[in-house]
Design a protein around this ligand. Sequence first.
Ligand code: PGA
Length: 249
Amino acid sequence: MRRTLIAGNWKMNGSFSANRALLTDIIAGLPDGNSIETLVCAPAPYLAQCAEVLGKTPVKWGAQDVSAHIKGAFTGEVSATMLADCQCKYVIVGHSERRAYHAESNELVAQKVVQALSEKLTPVVCVGETLEQREGGATNAIVGAQLQVVLDVLSAEQVSEIVLAYEPVWAIGTGKTATPQMAQDVHAFLRGQLSVKSAEAANTVRILYGGSMKPENAKELLAMADIDGGLIGGAALKAADFLAIISAC
Ligand code: PGA
């Protein structure tokens, strides 16, 4: 049984005061006996604040990116060791905004996954196709290639340690959501690909859906057999929406 994971991706939003208010409201509003794993991925300067505010709560925190390098002369980069030092448990890797605006290749994403795992951080590996690619019938080829480069650098045991996120680029921040069946089809395809590497990983790896997930559509999406949670951008910035998605699970 895969434990549902609801992860907020704050992107480049927040401030010390706004974060404190948001996190306080999330903690206060978590349903009693909540069995859903809850995560917020904050900008790096706020990870220590997350540790302070969330340390004694069930809500986990993570980062939005990690360096592919261990340490040294890489101005502006943040290493996996530093994220672990901030008590992160997770890090988003290969988000489509990193791929698009920072030219992150599949190979670089794979190196970042390796770095994250080396510090026992769970990488949330994002894959997704553009609208043009979907309309050209290339969805499975694109997400399959993005995943395969990561699988190629990991052992079967390591694959069991990752979380995957299917985020169609055309659905991110646009208000357009993949239908539950469209998302399920891609999730099932990705799970099939995992099974070639490791039957155990195919069974245990959680595959999140991301792209305009909100309270109104979360329930239907999360009801699909291979959708194990959500990676939520815009709706993660409002405690009421984030909590409503958790309650929809
Ligand atoms: P969105 O973003 O929920 O605002 O579409 C999701 C993401 O980019 O992770």
